[in-house]
Design a protein. Sequence first.
Length: 332
Amino acid sequence: MSKRKPLVVVTRRLPDAVETRMRELFDVRLNAEDRPMSADALAAALREADVLVPTVTDEIDSGILAQAGPNLRLIANFGNGVDHIDVAAALERGITVTNTPGVLTEDTADMTMALILAVARRVTEGARIIPDDEWNTGWSPTWMLGRRITGKRLGIVGMGRIGQALARRARAFGLQIHYHNRRRVPAATESALDATYWESLDQMLARVDIVSVNCPHTPATYHLLSARRLKLLKREAIVVNTARGEVIDENALARLIEAGDVSAAGLDVFEQEPAVSPRLVKLARTGKVVLLPHMGSATHESRLDMGEKVIINIKTFMDGHRPPDRILPSML
Ligand SMILES: NC(=O)c1ccc[n+]([C@@H]2O[C@H](COP(=O)([O-])OP(=O)(O)OC[C@H]3O[C@@H](n4cnc5c(N)ncnc54)[C@H](O)[C@@H]3O)[C@@H](O)[C@H]2O)c1
Ligand SMILES: O=C(O)[C@H](O)CO
């Protein structure tokens, strides 16, 4: 008797090659429309599916998980961060959760470096000048001046995969690496990155010129960069976030930039995505803030590799083995 293929419900459009492979392997329900599913559609999917493949745009809380059908055994997230899933509630119901770490590390670190450079050297502001026909007086010694990054101090909050990949890049740009992490990284890593560890986030913030958020959003990191902590930064400091919007008190950041107490920011992620605070949008028009629509892992290569990881996680799980990227309670 042939085994029934698992019903895999995918909530967003995935790269063609990934969808093709999924069709071959699974009984798959795809989302050709590529819009986030409504809560009702998501609940219906959870009732029917053996496996759900969500993304960061799906809010999978305990309420929606309570509507899951008896067949749902795996949530194979297409993405690294799992803060949009109530993993504890899923695990309680015997549902395994996996993610796609590692394969998007380098691309997300590139985008973080790109934001640091864009903000410090006013790249997006400058790039608008010629198309807007505003370059009338030619080169000038005093025009469009930014900030040198060489020799400055970069403070990385969350020295994991992306934090370390950023540190490697930043060193090549002559930045001095400082970091705060839940745990100090191994001495060999610290020494290879020539990185200075700060047990006290407050003390590190007061000393760095650029701060980059690279930790996950968890109950412990919600508004980790609170108004109080942001006020510890130097007035010329630049804040960069490619992790999750919720780690920074976005309103406080906007207020401090408006008041000139923090210089500028480069943000790829926001507290209420896809809605972005009008204050930040206004600041982006003045050039003090660079805003990207959550593009950290947006390369063809990362997205194909993420799809490959999702498939491997589903296949391994369905074959009765432990999927490689299982989220364990100790990680929460
Ligand atoms: N912008 C994007 O498109 C994009 C792409 C990939 C990942 N991300 C985000 O980046 C995050 C980091 O990814 P990663 O692969 O580097 O994860 P990781 O698990 O390798 O690293 C995260 C680091 O943060 C540290 N950390 C956790 N809680 C902390 C706390 N309370 N205080 C200080 N440090 C803490 C951990 O110890 C770890 O070293 C993801 O969780 C995800 O939210 C965003
Ligand atoms: O965490 C990630 O992989 C990206 O932010 C998309 O979820």
